[in-house]
Design a protein around this ligand. Structure first.
Ligand code: DGJ
Length: 378
């Protein structure tokens, strides 16, 4: 009897220890992250919105054996960035044949921002039409009255048709216009690279609009919002201003790092300097993170060395950037990335790490096996 009592006490104490350890456990990048129902969070290539003291995490729902969208954009909420409740799909794909977001399309890197004037939540994402590979290269937009949705799909398309970037002089426009694509049939030659920088693909896509693949959104301190996307066949990033209601482009945009092949842009501002972290282009495989800074969102952007430190730092710890969360309630910036699993997409993992700053004020992302976000008042 005494023995049974002792065994029971040990079991109860162990369970208690497990529960309290789980409670105390912080963020463990690369591991399974259960939501409050115990299911691995399914919100990839995502971003975070803080609204009314609650964090909302939006990301791609990934199926078990295809990277195509079978569900849509998922939404989770949390009071502390650690405990996440699933709200299901915020934007759902449809079964309507030929619809832009027909089930089986490619729907990537959704981000949501709140427009205080209209009171609407505005979602933008990268859209590829069903069965067309990655050729459509469109930006798509949807809106909702509540953060968790449901979001109403508005439209998709290429960006700013017929408009040259705001940072191109008349001389540069004429030079881009004079380029002949037949002279550059072979890619990756020094001449071709030079032509890309001058705007070979920008000019090619001028009439129909600029390509838009990997993307993020940024709302500046003055309330202006920007759409930042891999364009020109993923060779050049573009930064395009959104209209006051955030649901369309104004026509003003600039090119960034022409010809440098950046994907996965994530941006933040600290002490008046804009920082952008991106990846190179190696499909689902990880590569070395890139970092840029600028005194204005429209540039000029300057390149810095890889900010990552620790195991697999030269491969972004096995991940690819997706978002940087600036916490308004603390001085914390959190770098967020995806570890893709293309053979089992729903099992893809997340990397979240706090950004440190060097003595010169440069961002440093150091690997940590486990850490906890600072307490904040939101
Ligand atoms: C890398 C991109 O960053 C991802 O969003 C996705 O488009 C994959 N390429 C597809 O290979």
């Amino acid at each position: 009897m005494k023995y049974i009592f002792l065994r029971l006490t040990i079991i109860v104490l162990s369970v208690f220890a497990l529960v309290t350890t789980a409670d105390a456990a912080g963020i463990k990048s690369g591991e399974i992250w259960p939501d409050t129902d115990g299911t691995h969070i399914n919100a990839h290539g995502g971003g975070i919105l803080l609204h009314n003291n609650t964090y909302y995490w939006f990301g791609e729902h990934k199926a078990d054996n295809t990277s195509s969208a079978l569900v849509g954009v998922m939404c989770y909420s949390s009071p502390d960035l650690q405990t996440w409740t699933c709200h299901g799909p915020a934007l759902q794909v449809t079964d309507e044949t030929g619809h832009d977001i027909e089930r089986g399309c490619v729907l990537e890197r959704p981000k949501v921002i709140y427009n205080a004037t209209t009171g609407k939540f505005v979602m933008w994402f990268h859209l590829e039409l069903k069965g067309k590979g990655y050729s459509a290269a469109r930006a798509a937009v949807a809106v909702a009255d509540r953060p968790e949705g449901p979001y109403t799909y508005i439209r998709s398309g290429r960006v700013n048709p017929g408009i040259y970037p705001a940072d191109m002089t008349e001389e540069q426009k004429a030079a881009a216009n004079a380029l002949n694509r037949n002279d550059y049939k072979e890619w990756w030659t020094p001449e071709w690279r030079e032509a890309i920088k001058k705007g070979l693909f920008l000019q090619r896509d001028l009439e129909g609009g600029q390509m838009s693949r990997d993307m993020t959104l940024y709302v500046d301190d003055d309330g202006k919002a920007y759409h930042i996307y891999s364009s020109e066949d993923n060779l050049t990033l573009q930064i395009a201003e959104l209209t006051d209601d955030y649901t369309a482009h104004t026509g003003r945009y600039v090119r960034m790092a022409p010809g440098e092949q950046n994907e996965a842009p994530a941006i933040f501002k600290k002490d008046g300097t804009y920082w952008m972290i991106t990846s190179g282009c190696t499909g689902w495989d990880p590569n070395e993170a890139r970092m840029y800074s600028a005194p204005s969102i429209e540039g000029p952007w300057m390149r810095h060395p890889n900010p990552c430190i620790g195991p697999k730092a030269e491969l972004t710890f096995g991940g690819q950037s997706t978002y940087i969360l600036k916490r308004p309630d603390s001085d914390e910036f959190i770098f967020m990335a995806d570890i893709w699993r293309p053979k089992h997409p729903s099992d893809a993992r997340y990397i979240w790490l706090p950004i440190e700053f060097s003595d010169e004020g440069k961002p440093v992302i150091r690997w940590r096996d486990e850490w906890a976000p600072k307490d904040g008042s939101h």
